[in-house]
Design a protein around this ligand. Structure first.
Ligand SMILES: [Zn+2]
Ligand SMILES: [Zn+2]
Length: 366
């Protein structure tokens, strides 16, 4: 083990395979042998250039793998040993600033959103800061979670969107048993939000998608806690939820990407006094909805950025429980050489993209 194959995103749609030395480590850090790295909407936005960085970097922020090497100090801090299967959080935490002490390490003053795995220049040593690589460097401030036994690495990568689903659809809005929950967007995060809401006791869960490209995802959602799946090109979601429950939604979770109209729909779907969680970034300033509706309905409008450790722990419990068939999600796993084609497919060039895309960096080499 001296070099690691990795993919470097050099420009929109240009992923280049490069070899990097596997980093030396000391007492305070370690190295992960990456088994699987899940893909989410952010990966497609990076790949297509919708999300510009302006530097070369190894993408991938949903890595699961085996601890290859770990220093003594780091092992004690992370509670891991060599050979343990772990998942790496996208955010790093200094564990000592005010934000980190509050558990809001998304706002860590040392790291924060400028220093997330899968978003760090290769120019910063030791370059291997992302999951599209055979080895990922584990800096001292990494946040690791032990993966429960029996979970395959590709399935374990769901910890990331499922942690998001739990925080965005349950913890943040305070979803209660019996609540009606509407989830906008049937991608992996939408399905995870459905599962999380159902697991929390939601009485009714509706999910929406748009057009033929979402049709497979909408049907999959019925296995992940959704009671009703609505194609907004064919049906009016407000009429649909009224018809099904006689009411509007207590909680609306908008996980759509690049869908400016969705926020207006979210506001329409919420009952007076209801809660709207906005988690997908619009990529535009034009959101086209009447803010008066927020006033008249006295809505709670909550922005959601990222996930925290308690949600990730709950995600692993839910994954390991087998309550939902995450192992059977329509999933495509590829090696490094096919990563670009998978990203093209999930980024919009395919009429039936898989719900879950995973890169297995050793797949092509093995
Ligand atoms: Zn992600
Ligand atoms: Zn901090």
């Amino acid at each position: 083990m001296t070099t690691a194959q990795a993919l470097v995103l050099e420009a929109p749609r240009r992923l280049t395979r490069r070899a990097f030395p596997v980093p030396d480590t000391g007492d305070d850090d370690g190295v992960l042998r990456v088994e699987a790295c899940g893909l989410c909407g952010t990966d497609h936005e990076q790949y297509t250039g919708a999300l510009r960085t302006g530097f070369d970097f190894v993408p991938g922020h949903e890595a699961v793998g085996v601890v290859e090497r770990v220093g003594e100090v780091a092992a004690a801090r992370w509670g891991v040993r060599p050979g343990d299967r772990v998942a790496v959080e996208v955010f790093q935490s200094c564990r000592s600033c005010d934000a980190c002490r509050r558990g809001e390490y998304r706002r860590c003053t040392e790291h924060g959103i400028a220093d997330m795995y899968g978003f760090i220049p290769v120019a910063k040593p030791p370059s291997l800061w992302g999951g599209y690589a055979q080895y990922q460097y584990l800096g001292p401030d990494s946040m690791l979670h032990l993966v429960p036994r029996g979970l395959a690495p590709a399935v374990a990568t769901v910890f990331n969107p499922l942690g998001a689903g739990i925080r965005w659809a349950v913890t943040l809005p305070g979803t209660r048993p019996g609540d009606a929950v509407a989830v906008l967007g049937p991608g992996i995060r939408g399905l995870c939000a459905c599962a999380a809401a159902k697991q929390a006791g939601a009485g009714f869960v509706m999910v929406t998608g748009k057009g033929p490209r979402d049709s497979d995802r909408l049907s999959s959602s019925l296995l992940f806690g959704a009671d009703l799946a609505v194609d907004v090109e064919e049906d009016d979601p407000v009429a649909a939820i009224r018809h099904a429950t006689g009411e509007l939604a207590d909680v609306v979770v908008d996980v759509t990407a690049k869908a400016p109209a969705a926020l207006a729909q979210a506001v329409d779907l919420a009952r007076p006094g209801g809660t709207v969680v906005v988690a997908g970034t619009r990529g535009t300033e034009e959101i086209g909805f009447s803010a008066d509706a927020v006033v008249f309905k006295e809505l709670r409008l909550l922005g959601a950025l990222g996930v925290d450790a308690p949600a990730y722990r709950a995600a692993f419990e839910l994954l390991a429980s087998g309550a939902f068939p995450f192992a059977d999600l329509p999933r495509r796993c590829v090696g490094l050489d096919d990563a670009a084609s998978l990203l093209e497919s999930m980024g919009g060039r395919d009429t039936h993209p898989p719900v879950h895309g995973v890169i297995e960096p050793w797949g092509a080499a093995a």
